[in-house]
Write a protein that binds this ligand. Sequence first.
Ligand code: SF4
Length: 132
Amino acid sequence: MYKEPRSNVTSWHAHELCRGCGSCIILERRSKYCPGKLRLDQLTLLDDLTWGPARNIVSFTGEDLTCQPEFYAEATKEIKSLGLDLWVLFETNGYGLTPSTLDLFKEAGLDSFWLDIKAYDDEVHRKLTGFK
Ligand code: SF4
């Protein structure tokens, strides 16, 4: 497992380590875009197509999860109670990040947010997500 500092607990920072191309595994040579920061034994197949490092981050992602903030606050507390030196990342479009939800997450020990905004233009955003 690759240990990230707390300041690097986002999806974006993963690309500073590896672009996920798989070239070093499949073609046995690094691509010209490779950051060259990882050894081969630090790579794993993350899904059907993407190679990358397993980082010490538990990420809550997929659709928007802030409709159930109490669940993710409790899950964060459980993860932190394991004492495994894991960071917790929450990915959201920001819709449910109310002051009370932010306080709840802070008290639970959540480490980082990835604010996943699909588009700055209202019309493009609505077409991509169905929401304004
Ligand atoms: S470490 Fe391998 S998979 Fe990652 S960017 Fe470099 S060549 Fe691609």
